[in-house]
Structure formats: structure tokens, C-alpha cells
Design a protein around this ligand. Sequence first.
Ligand code: DGY
Length: 326
Amino acid sequence: MKPKLLIIREIENHTMNILAKHFEIDYRPDCSQEQLQNIIQDVQALLTMGTSINEKLIKNAPNLKIVSNISVGYDNFDTDAMKKAGILGTHTPYVLNDSVVDLTFGLMLSAARRISELDSIVKKGLWTVKADINYYGLNVHHKKLGIIGMGRIGEDLAKRAKLGFLMDVSYYNRHKKPELEEENITWKPLEQLLQDSDFIVMLTPLTEETKNMIDASRFKQMKNTAIFINMSRGSTVDENALYNALLNKEIYAAASDVFVQEPVNSDNPLLQLDNFTATPHIGSASHETRNDMAQLAAENLIEVFINGKQQNIVPELQLLVEKNTF
Ligand code: DGY
């Protein structure tokens, strides 16, 4: 008998067909977290994106052996609870890097040149030739870019920023990456990076250490011409502090693809600000990349669960394979 796989994200037919060779599939792309509690009882494998895999869910999932996340971030995994229950988790690194970098440039350009703000002025019929000076923004090219969280996406962003926009790039990361020095991408202490940079891009994963990492005191260290972009997770930034920094012009503008609560509340005060651009967590959301991610997540399931190989298991849960408790 094939093991039972529950899929709670929309995926393309060709990915489904690959999975159907190995699993008995229950496909419920509209399943909510609440509904999931009631249907996970006899499920052995789960394919999802961002669903909270916590103690409460695990209690209702006595047969669950593996969760394959269609994302690189896995802050939705309670890895301690999963470890205790012997549930493996996989993610999808690499395939989304270039798309996340594309959107990061989109938001940098939009915030600096006020694209979404001025788009709405044009569409409302409020464009006046005399007001041209009021439409000025800031340059992106040749500016200083500071990256917080120098993983794979950060490195790609740095390289493209140097090549495409002739930017001067530095980064802050717990571990220095000496190989980047050769490319003139330099490590700086966080405070210095915040003081020096014209653009600050947040790319760090959400962990206990990075929660609210950018708070009121950090915004005060930035230039008042700085542009802040959050591409990581909403909770790495104190949203109230960001609001105040934008309102009081402590920084020039900000853009965020991620929010503490998603979908973001329509009464979130950030959404009222002209110098704030919001997108709905679409860093990797191109047709091509989301398909690649779903396909990789499917391959991860097959390689790990069916073929007993190690492929894209999240580091915190590697131990389960090494100790053979899986
Ligand atoms: C990721 O893969 O972590 C992106 O943020 C999409 O969720």
C-alpha cells in the first residue's frame, strides 16, 4: 500500500503525477490550519507552504513522518516538537534565489523612485507638470547597499547590485565570509552598516535571535535618506518602530514583502504611508520559480521518504537521520 500524502498547496499536474507514482494523494489546496487538525490523523507525508507545524498539530498526527515545505524559510516548523516526534522537515533552497533578488530590486527601485506612490497619482488624474520637482526620488545606482543576513540570496543580491547598479556592497552576518572580501563585499558590524548604508536589505531568517532585530534604536542609527527593505520575515522588524521612523522621516522610505501578520491587517498604519511600499509575500512568486519550488519539494519527499536519501532536510532535523530515529 502506498503511503498517504496530504497536499495543502496548489501544485501543477506534472508535479502531482510524479508524486502519484509513490503516494496515495489527498489534494486539498484550500485546507486551513483548523481543518488540517481534523484530517491529518492517518497522513504520513505533508506537502505544504508555511503551515505551522506545532505541538498541537503534531498531537493530531500520530503517523506523520515528513513535512515538505515549498519554501526556503522554515520558521513555520517547531523543530523541537518535530524532533521529539521524529518528524523530518525539508525545504527548497537555491531555486528561488534569483526571483527573490528580482523582487528586492523591484522594491528598492519602487521605494527610491517612488514608483507605486506616483503610479497612484497618475491614475487618480493628479499629475501636474508644474509639480515635477515633487516627484523627485533618489538614485539607486552607485549607492551603498548594506545586506543583513548573508546567505545564498544575499550573495546573489550583492553580486547583481555590484554588476548591475555599480553599488558599493557590505553585509552583516553572524559569520564572516572571507571569500566575499575578494569581490570587495565587506563585512561590517551592524551599527556601522546601518550608519553607512543608503539601502538596507533584511534577508536574515526568523529565529529567536533575529526577532525584532530592527527596532527603534536601529532605525535611529540609519541615515535619514536611508531606504529599508524587508525581504525576510515580518517579525524580524518592529513594525511600530518602522512606522514611527517613516512618519518622523528618520528614514526616507521603506518597502516590505513580509508582515508580522499575513495577510496584513488592512488597518495596519504602515499601509497609510506614502513612503511605504507593500507586497503580499511574493518574493519567490513567479510562475517559473513557484513551479520549480513545488517540483523540488516533491523530489525532496520522494528522495527522503521513499528512497531514504538525505536531500534538503533542514539542519535542525538532520540529527533524526544521523541517529536513525526516522
Ligand atoms: C521562502 O521560500 O521562504 C519565501 O519567503 C516564500 O515563502
